[in-house]
Ligand binder design. Structure first.
Ligand SMILES: Nc1ncnc2c1ncn2[C@@H]1O[C@H](COP(=O)(O)OP(=O)(O)O)[C@@H](O)[C@H]1O
Ligand SMILES: [Mg+2]
Length: 502
């Protein structure tokens, strides 16, 4: 009953019936037109035209001033409506016929899948379609390329909404094809670091995109091998460079795949573990340290920790490169304890300066049972469509986060979902090359940093620079010279001068 029939020649399909049916099926479009008509009759068409003119002008200036919010609240609705009627619906019957997606019933009537609705995001449009009887989603699967071509789209993908209803998703735009993403300048002053805005790259609208360790709190970064997780994590560290140097942020880095990702930065880290056993010890120590701080702050009646404001407590950032190696592909005992400790870190240290950034290739429940505890989630290119909702949350792929469709020649592109915002944002991180990492390491380990003296800092395996007391620039006191010799060769000292001059 529900299929649209074409050329039926049915005697009961009189124009009046068709009109009535149309009215009943599209209450919103018809209602809007009726409202406009009635208003016109009451206030006169001149007034209404004037009103419409004002509305259009207001919308246009809104769009000009702040495209992303315009798009989020108004643009996508207008675009979806426009495209539905003037792009997709107009050509649909022909395209369905051309792609072999029509069929006929025993009376010889042609049946065309019905276009139910269109949703639009900045890059993707989703066409909801009702299959005709006898058709399956696979029939569409086979002609996805043809459908994409027919609508001048870059690619198309399919998902099943419910039995008999599918969504054909077509990518209309790829801003990152042409958008060059400059690597944000590495800050050189403590005061230049804003924890709530650590610049990383650009979003799909071409705006600067920054990580937010204040409101965003903990980050989960999911991405297949080669998807660009490294750029995200190193980009974050570059944004923190002066704080790493002065000890305002301490890095606890767990790179259980033998230090492949973070080996280059070992000097920067307060603690560094490259296998699962030492990783567990590192996590234990991290939790103990923050537990202690929590108790201590409670004793002193301090309830919150202000990032970077006071030198009393540093920001303690726990970075885990491959969660699966700690939570799944290891001994049961290690994984069980690690999972417990990480869940604690994610839930209890927000107010005392504990932050977690963790990466994973598979965001499945087995690998990250605590994935719901990350307020901000990032999905780079993923292997499976089902991984997207696992990483970003239920239903986020439906809202346009097609992370599984990010092509592999676009590493660094991701969808970001923050707590409290419904819509995912498409983002690309700037590329952090080995040279950029070297620059960071040189800068952050240079000896003339102003070192804050933290009461609870212990010695041991800390990086040398974090350990050295305040040298006050070129004061060159004797007890520092050893450090200088250990860390910096002559070449590095030259570079440090460059940095200071810059
Ligand atoms: N933001 C980016 N922009 C451009 N290319 C990138 C970006 N991030 C990574 N790449 C490229 O992709 C490759 C794989 O990135 P990597 O960070 O090692 O992936 P992962 O850690 O997710 O396996 C890098 O060697 C680099 O050439
Ligand atoms: Mg990596």
């Amino acid at each position: 009953m529900r299929e649209t029939r074409v050329n039926t020649g049915d005697t009961e399909r009189t124009p009046a019936r068709l009109l009535l049916r149309f009215l009943a099926r599209h209450p919103r479009s018809v209602g809007t037109l009726a409202a406009v008509g009635i208003t016109g009759c009451y206030v006169g068409f001149h007034t209404m035209l004037l009103g419409a003119g004002v509305a259009v002008a207001a919308g246009a200036s809104w769009r000009l001033l702040d495209r992303p919010t315009f798009d989020r609240f108004a643009g996508r609705l207008v675009r979806a409506w426009w495209r539905r009627w003037f792009v997709y619906q107009r050509k649909w019957a022909d395209i369905a016929f051309g792609c072999g997606l029509t069929s006929s019933n025993r009376h010889g009537h042609s049946l065309v899948p019905k276009l139910l609705s269109v949703r639009s995001t900045f890059c993707w449009d989703s066409l909801r379609l009702r299959l005709v009887r006898g058709q399956a989603a696979e029939d569409f699967e086979q002609v996805l390329d043809r459908l994409a071509n027919a609508y001048n789209a870059r690619r198309a993908t399919l998902r099943t909404i419910k039995p008999g209803v599918i969504s054909l998703d077509v990518q209309k735009r790829e801003p990152f094809d042409t958008l060059f993403i400059p690597l944000p300048e590495m800050p050189r002053e403590d005061s230049a670091v804003d924890l709530a805005r650590l610049p990383l790259g650009r979003d799909e609208y071409g705006r600067d995109f920054a990580l937010d360790l204040v409101g965003g709190i903990h980050y989960l970064i999911a991405g297949a091998t080669g998807a660009g997780k490294g750029s995200w994590m190193w980009g974050l560290l570059r944004g923190l460079a002066p704080w790493i140097r002065s000890g305002r942020v301490r890095l606890w880095v767990l790179d259980p795949k033998g230090g492949m990702e973070f080996g280059q930065g070992a000097e920067l880290f307060h603690r560094f573990a490259t296998d699962d056993q030492s990783g567990l010890e590192l996590t234990r120590e991290y939790v103990d340290t923050l537990d202690e701080r929590k108790t201590e702050m409670g004793r002193h009646g301090r309830r919150t920790w202000t990032p970077g404001h006071s030198a009393d407590y540093p920001l303690d950032l726990l970075i885990v490169d491959e969660l699966a190696a700690m939570s799944e592909y290891t001994d049961r005992d290690i994984s069980r304890e690690f999972t417990k400790l990480l869940s604690k870190a994610l839930t209890q240290y927000r107010a005392v300066g504990g932050r977690v950034v963790a990466a994973t290739q598979e965001p499945t429940k087995d690998v990250i049972p605590m994935r719901g505890l990350f307020p901000t989630t990032v999905a780079l290119r993923l292997e499976e469509a089902s991984y997207v909702d696992m990483a970003l949350g239920e239903g986020v792929r439906d809202r346009g986060a097609f992370a599984d469709q990010i092509p592999d020649y676009m590493p660094g592109v991701a969808y970001v979902k923050t707590e409290g915002s419904r819509e995912p944002l498409r983002v690309r991180a700037a590329y952090t090359s080995d040279d950029d990492i070297t620059e960071l390491v040189r800068y952050a380990t240079s000896h003339d940093a102003e070192i804050l003296d933290f009461p609870n800092r212990d010695n041991g395996t800390e990086t040398e620079s974090a350990d050295s007391p305040d040298t006050g620039g070129e004061s060159g006191e004797t007890d520092d010279i050893e450090h200088i010799e250990v860390i910096d060769d002559g070449e590095d000292e030259d570079d440090d001068e460059d940095f200071d001059a810059a």
